[in-house]
Design a protein around this ligand. Structure first.
Ligand code: ARG
Length: 602
């Protein structure tokens, strides 16, 4: 329906220009050109679209919104092509205009979608847009530390956004900006050299659990023991200057963590390319040179900083971002600046990206706002280049506090996924017993694995990412509500219907015939898929796609309860089977974009 939305938007603009030429000039002069504010209707009884523009117009013109809306409707009706698309508009509320597309038009849109493998979603590969990569910086755990639920969120949201942009035809670079550099290695290597030197030679003697424990001990010593501190700092210098022994030890530690991270990625079916902080090591100097040449660097208490514009710190002084510490070392921010410079870079080296998206918890919002500002001032961001932080809230336990195990430790992701699968397994066996079904063990194992992982993914993605959410196995595994099992079950139901229908619905030739309101509601909802995808691409909110799919499943279930499908007569039978097929295709596509494979039976 994207094409129609664009056409309506143009018609509305023309009507506004015809009817309110003075407002168009006023608005353009004020730098906010008139926008019809065409949105998807919020309820089926409001039709297909809602136009909110009259409210803004009424402010500009100082006339009542209903009067504006009436005039605008008259201007629309004067354009012949408008009446080919819509029935006469209805004015509602204080002055909205509801637009209802003609049934014939909806049917021809359904026909288009039927013959389109992407359910109507346009692909950018025909445009220039796909030539410049879009970078999604996500997951990004830290070496020698556990990958925690925050990283899980980043991983799931980032993967979903990457899938959607890839589906749209963009060249997506999925980058894992792992924390593989810096002082932590100085401490860790120094400590290991003393207490477990074999770990630095033979990669098989430690696993990540041990590594994390060693890291904790090292950190503890670092905080309390001066000579250890000095030794650690010296070790960092050795590492960063390329000392072969230090490098080798570092490499082993990284490999160790990498293997552990990969286990999680494999289970979640995540593809990601590691390009850690260390990658930017040789570009850090250039950051300093660039910033210095632009006179952006200020030495403050021995450290070299950039003072942020418009961001005040304590005592109302502009807030500094430290670029180089007083001991000459660089930090997280410096690396991120080097990364931006490299990622947008084209002339000598770099990715030539058009858009960079960072998926981290909202705690890092200030960090990103700061480095984005510096990057812009340094001229590293091309005119149309987009830099976006995609923040998300915390994952909490049922007590509303940070998610912890019963013993009070941080939850290991592996255990969390195991538990989800185990519980899905128990639920499934119970349901099979209730339904008097006996299934092979291999089926049960496969379904519970898929359902368990799907439940964890969906629970995370379906929340508006800005808010924190409570992790609750019972809720996420429930067959009722906005959950993965509910959606997967709808899919299974449709697959069952389609299996039973012996009919070959060779669809395009068929006369489509819809008579019931629920059929039309389903038609309208299916046709919105492309609008939703474009919206997620812009706003980077996977939860919008989840709500869409949930509503689709609900509508489908209502449709299937209210009207006969397999027992219907022609032309209803074919038309209804087409709706079943399209619902299944859309659900499957949508779930795949969330990283969730669908099932034929469950
Ligand atoms: N390693 C960081 C953390 O665990 C996340 C890195 C995010 N990406 C970036 N370019 N800063 O919090």
């Amino acid at each position: 329906m994207l094409g129609i939305a664009q056409e309506l938007n143009n018609l509305l603009l023309t009507a506004m220009e015809n009817m309110f030429p003075e407002a168009v000039i006023l608005a353009t002069d004020s730098g906010k050109p008139l926008d019809p504010q065409l949105i998807i209707a919020s309820k089926p009884e409001f039709g297909d679209f809602q136009v909110n523009g009259p409210l803004a117009l009424s402010k500009i013109l100082g006339k009542p919104p209903r009067k504006i809306a009436t005039d605008l409707v008259n201007a629309l009706l004067a354009i012949p092509s408008f009446s080919e698309l819509c029935s006469p508009p209805i004015i509602a509320g204080p002055g909205f205009i509801n637009l209802v597309l003609k049934p014939e038009l909806l049917k021809s849109e359904i026909r288009k979608v039927l013959s389109n493998p992407n359910i109507g979603v346009p692909n950018v590969t025909e445009t220039e847009d796909h030539l410049f990569p879009v970078i999604i910086d996500f997951s990004s755990p830290n070496i020698a530390k556990d990958m925690h639920v925050g990283h899980l969120r980043s991983t799931l949201i980032g993967d979903c956004l990457a899938r959607i942009l890839e589906f749209r035809g963009y060249n997506v670079l999925r980058l894992n900006h792992v924390g593989d550099w810096g002082t932590q290695f100085g401490m860790l290597i120094t400590h290991l050299k003393q207490v477990a030197p074999q770990a630095l030679i033979n990669p098989d003697v430690i696993e990540l659990g041990d590594l994390v424990a060693f890291y904790r001990q090292a950190k503890n010593r670092f905080d309390n023991d001066q000579s250890f501190q000095i030794a650690s700092r010296e070790e960092v210098v050795r590492l960063q200057s390329g000392d072969p022994d230090s490098r080798k030890a570092w490499q082993l530690l990284c490999d160790q963590s990498r293997r552990e991270f990969q286990v999680i990625y494999d289970r979640l079916d995540i593809t990601i390319t590691e390009r850690g902080e260390s990658f930017y090591n040789s570009y850090l100097e250039e950051v300093i040179l660039d910033l210095d040449a632009l006179d952006l660097l200020v030495t403050d208490e021995g450290a070299r900083c950039v003072f942020l514009e418009g961001v005040m710190g304590k005592s109302n002084k502009p807030l500094p971002v430290i670029i180089q510490k007083s001991d000459g070392g660089f930090n997280y921010a410096t690396t991120d600046l080097a990364a931006i410079r490299y990622r947008f870079g084209v002339i000598f080296e770099g990715d030539g990206a058009s858009r960079i998206v960072y998926v981290t918890d909202s705690g890092q919002a200030n960090h990103f706002a700061g480095i984005f500002q510096i990057a812009r001032r340094a001229g590293w961001v091309p005119t149309n280049g987009r830099l976006e932080h995609v923040p998300f809230g915390l994952v909490q336990g049922q007590d509303g506090k940070k998610l912890k195990t019963r013993a009070g430790d941080t939850v290991r992701l592996k255990d969390l996924l195991d538990e989800a699968i185990e519980r899905a397994d128990i639920d499934l066996r119970k349901r099979l017993a209730e339904e008097n079904r006996s299934e092979e063990e291999i089926f049960i194992k496969d379904v519970s694995k898929k359902v368990g992982i799907a439940a964890v993914k969906y629970a995370d993605l379906s929340q508006n990412r800005i808010t924190s959410y409570q992790f609750n196995f019972d809720r996420m595994l429930s067959l009722n509500g906005n959950t993965a099992p509910y959606l997967l079950y709808a899919m299974v139901r449709i697959a069952g219907i389609l299996r039973k229908s012996s009919k070959q619905h060779d669809t395009l030739e068929k006369q489509l015939h819809f008579s019931e309101p629920i059929e039309w509601a389903l038609v309208r909802h299916i046709l919105r898929f492309d609008l939703i995808i474009i919206e997620v691409e812009e706003e980077l909110l996977p939860s919008r796609l989840c709500s869409y799919l949930f509503e689709l499943s609900q509508l489908f279930n209502r449709f299937y309860d209210q009207v006969p499908v397999l027992k219907a007569k022609e032309p209803n039978l074919s038309s209804r089977l087409i709706l079943c097929q399209l619902t299944a295709d859309t659900l499957k596509m949508g779930l795949n974009l969330l990283g969730i494979p669908t099932l034929e039976r469950m």
